[in-house]
Design a protein around this ligand. Structure first.
Ligand code: ZN
Length: 273
């Protein structure tokens, strides 16, 4: 039995300012990966949020055989990237990054109206561009969607050949249905272990098990019993346990189908598994 963390951010030092806890040697990539292995988390996808991360992620994926990466721009960075580079240059860099053997997808991309309503126009331009690139390069996307599910679903519909995963699914059933109808996978984070996440805990029962993925979104969103602490790939097991309980299946079964779904979606990773 093993697990795959389908959405993680491994260079914790980038998020230093978001946490009161010390991001010290205990959170070096080496230390995190060792604890993941001890917890049977065999593979991890390290997801990019901005273009400047590419070299760092590349180095991590070269050092560790079991780590795959994506390239892409998070909606919260849309304004900055559009102003700094422009769409043509962004397309050039993303295409270039995707040539690397362990860059297996584009992400995280999407829309965030919770924090970034004012950059809606740039977010949509960038989301459309990155979906076009994903279709052109035949790579899956990792979708970030916050308070923007209607627009995300509408834009995905405009890119019928795109494939990917709704990362950190919120629990909104109507959105899950639209995403599933478009062939997308749904990824469940540690939020599912939180007491108040009743909508998510209920919705998960309606997602076919051949479309479910698991993730940490570390260093954020640590599952119970580590809630409030720094999250890391090893903790994805607690999310899997909660899903097993909700679906009334064994932990082995959750490990098995979520790992299989990962390799079905991220085809390029298959050669390394
Ligand atoms: Zn993320």
């Amino acid at each position: 039995m093993f697990f795959v963390d389908s959405h993680s951010h491994l260079a914790f030092s980038r998020f230093k300012d978001d946490f009161k806890a010390a991001v010290d040697d205990n959170y070096s990539v080496d230390a995190i990966i060792t604890r993941a292995a001890d917890a049977k988390v065999k593979y991890m996808l390290a997801v990019a949020t901005e273009l400047s991360e590419a070299a760092e992620l590349q180095a991590i994926s070269e050092k560790f055989q079991n780590i795959f990466v994506t390239t892409g721009i998070h909606p919260q960075g849309a304004k900055k990237h559009c102003e700094l580079y422009g769409l043509d240059e962004i397309a050039r860099v993303v295409r270039d990054n995707c040539k690397r053997p362990k860059t297996v997808g584009i992400g995280e991309i999407g829309l965030d109206y919770h924090y970034e309503r004012e950059s809606e126009k740039q977010q949509k331009e960038l989301f459309n561009l990155q979906l076009e690139l994903a279709t052109e390069l035949d790579l899956p996307v990792s979708i970030h969607c916050r308070d923007a599910s209607e627009d995300v679903a509408a834009i995905l519909k405009d890119h019928p050949s795109s494939k990917g995963v709704i990362h950190c699914f919120s629990g909104e059933k109507s959105f899950a249905k639209k995403a599933l109808d478009l062939g997308f996978y749904i990824s469940i984070s540690g939020v599912v272990t939180y007491k108040k996440a009743t909508e998510l805990q209920d919705s998960i029962k309606y997602v076919p098990t051949d479309r479910l993925l698991i993730e940490t979104d570390c260093p954020f969103l640590a599952p119970v019993p580590y809630r409030g602490k720094l999250n890391e790939p090893a903790f994805v097991v607690h999310t899997a346990k909660k899903i097993a309980e909700l679906l009334d299946v064994s932990l082995e079964s959750v490990a098995d189908f979520s790992s299989r779904n990962f390799s079905s979606l991220f085809q390029k990773a298959k050669g390394f598994l």
